[in-house]
Design a protein around this ligand. Structure first.
Ligand SMILES: [Zn+2]
Length: 93
């Protein structure tokens, strides 16, 4: 499947009212936009809980409650303990 680009999105979005909410397929609103330094623009339905201490990218809440980890890093593809997560407030990305 061909990836969407910013250009395609701008063209598509120009046809919609500016205050219309954008959701994913499960009707969850995209609440966080991540600029990946010119590599990609990522829309997320989850708010990050901090920064991963290993790679510096955003860490998110681990939604699988059966695991004993509070966080996870999509970039490292690993679950994270609290001590592996820097807070957002410190800006220590
Ligand atoms: Zn990481």
């Amino acid at each position: 499947m061909e990836a969407n680009t910013v250009g395609k999105l701008i063209k598509l979005l120009s046809e919609y009212p500016k205050d219309m909410i954008i959701t994913n397929q499960a009707n969850q609103p995209f609440i966080h936009i991540i600029n990946r330094q010119g590599e990609a623009l990522t829309l997320s339905t989850e708010k990050p809980i901090g920064y991963c201490r290993k790679c510096g990218d955003y860490a998110y809440e681990e939604l699988n409650r059966e695991l004993d980890y509070p966080g996870q890093c999509p970039t490292c593809d690993e679950n994270l303990y609290n001590f592996e997560i820097n807070s957002l407030e410190n800006g220590s990305k």
